[in-house]
Design a protein around this ligand. Structure first.
Ligand SMILES: [Zn+2]
Length: 181
């Protein structure tokens, strides 16, 4: 049976943020979070690396924020090579990157939630991750837009030269991922 979330390798990388292989015990909120995501209880807003998720459960609404780390420049460069003329990175592209010793998996830089749970990985953050995994499964290029760091935030200015990336929405995705030499 195909798993509900993470049936592509790109989506599975996002599921792994909710279910890290290093966790000694499974997060007890995970089944509830999966059910919220499956039942359309999460509204995602993706703005570069910043993701805002509105989670509705019963009469309650919580807002979770996730921040995805920028993809390492060598990984992004290799990704554009492997993509060639394709617009969506498929499992083969993911495998090709892994074969080159690269780690294309998304990582979380930050996560928080408006609820009062004392854990970072509350049910809402988890539900947001499952909803994101579903989005990525159906449109793997989502993860590229996120990891390209097209967030227009100040940290790029603080940490070095301005990013070379043009906001992805401004470009045809086909041009964006074409290798230029
Ligand atoms: Zn929460």
């Amino acid at each position: 049976m195909t798993p509900q979330f993470g049936f592509t390798t790109w989506g599975a990388d996002i599921v792994r943020l909710a279910e890290p292989v290093t966790a000694s015990t499974p997060n007890t909120s995970a089944p509830r979070a999966r059910s919220i995501a499956r039942n359309g209880g999460v509204t995602l807003e993706i703005d570069g690396r910043q993701i805002t998720a509105r989670i509705h459960r019963g009469g309650e609404a919580s807002i979770a924020h996730l921040e995805i780390a920028a993809m390492e420049p060598p990984v992004m460069a290799a990704l554009r090579e492997e993509l060639g003329s394709r617009t969506e990175p498929d499992d083969a592209v993911h495998a090709a990157l892994r074969a080159r010793g690269l780690r294309p998996a998304a990582t979380l830089e930050a996560a928080d939630c408006s609820c009062r749970a004392r854990t970072t990985m509350c049910v809402h953050v988890l539900a947001a991750l499952y909803a994101l995994a579903e989005r990525v499964d159906h449109s793997p290029s989502t993860v590229l837009g996120m990891q390209a760091g097209v967030d227009g935030s100040d940290d790029a200015a603080a940490n070095g030269p301005p990013p070379r990336w043009t906001p992805i929405a401004a470009l045809d995705v086909r041009d964006y991922f074409t290798v230029r030499d």
